[in-house]
Design a protein around this ligand. Structure first.
Ligand SMILES: [Zn+2]
Length: 306
């Protein structure tokens, strides 16, 4: 009898394993299992990486928030990858541009990433008098990994809660990115300190207000859809789109709060083209008005289409 109940216990406990099976473990080959968290899996190109405790701690709080908001207990893995090995584990350069794979993995930079250092280089042309606010939040020696790794890791984790339900099915990239930004804003607000939120806000407003972009090849939503990977490759142009999505996400979150994340995710699940086929803009717009109401659709309206 004792053996019998032991087997049953093992069977019940392993129920959790079914969920974790969505994680693509081939992506972990060659990485060290560093076991930095009890809430999710952590892998790294180094054996004893330093300076990622904060990122892991923030992700633990973010998981708590997303699990509660989306009523999940999501298993996932976080891969910390250094510059040299980036292309082996991530699908797009530059090293340190955080990304989420469809099957349970997010990839983050390690140490001083190329992504952050490139962006810091861009700040060299800005007069010192205008950098005060950034130094206040990112240190006298401005360290933008605090944005690209710490803040954006929340965004990527948000994508995993979406992909877990939708797989690769995507009706519009721009809706995915609004969702990612919404998750980023909401989780950052949930953290015990507002440091991460303040950094993401200060930095992105700085980029917008100081017009750091120069000439942009792409500006319309159609281009974002049709040339998505080309925009992604042109990191600067992708960054511009992201700041626009960020502003919308911030407004949506401040008006509609936590429950809106859930409604938005449900919407992404419902419009999955694998289920309902691809929709044209008119159809999609009508459905958004019916689902969210006109106030939301107004906020989402794109003002850079001409
Ligand atoms: Zn995203």
């Amino acid at each position: 009898m004792r053996t019998y109940s032991l087997i049953l216990t093992i069977l019940f406990c392993s129920g959790k394993q079914v969920d974790s099976d969505w994680i693509d473990r081939t992506k972990h080959e060659g990485l060290n299992d560093i076991d930095y968290s009890e809430l999710f899996e952590t892998y790294c190109t180094e054996k004893n990486p330093e300076n990622i405790k904060n990122t892991v701690g923030n992700l633990e709080q973010a998981k708590e928030y997303f699990d509660k908001t989306f009523k999940e207990d999501l298993n996932f893995a976080v891969l910390f990858v250094d510059n040299q090995n980036w292309n082996k584990y991530a699908f797009s350069p530059p090293p340190g541009m955080p990304q989420a794979h469809y099957q349970g993995n997010i990839v983050l930079g390690l140490g001083r990433s190329v992504m952050a250092m490139q962006a810091e280089q861009g700040l060299k042309q800005v007069p010192d008098s205008k950098l005060g606010i950034l130094k206040q939040h990112f240190g006298e020696e401005i360290n933008l990994d605090l944005f690209y790794r710490d803040a954006l890791s929340l965004h990527e984790l948000g994508h995993l809660y979406q992909f877990y339900k939708t797989g690769k099915g995507t009706q519009r990239h721009w809706l995915n990115e609004v969702f990612g930004n919404l998750c980023q804003v909401a989780a950052a607000k949930y953290l015990t300190t507002q440091d991460v939120f303040n950094r993401m806000d200060v930095y992105q407003l700085f980029l917008i207000n100081s017009n750091q972009w120069g000439e942009l090849k792409f500006k319309t939503l159609n281009q974002f859809e049709e040339d998505y990977f080309e925009v992604l490759r042109q990191g600067r142009n992708y960054g511009w789109y992201q700041t626009q999505f960020y502003l919308k996400a911030k407004e949506l979150y401040s008006k509609f709060g936590d429950e809106f994340l859930n409604e938005f995710r449900d919407f992404l699940i419902d419009i999955n083209p694998d289920k309902v086929g691809s929709m044209d803009d008119k159809e999609l717009n009508e459905l958004m008005i019916n689902t969210f109401g006109s106030q939301v659709v107004e906020i989402l309206e794109w003002r850079h289409d001409s």
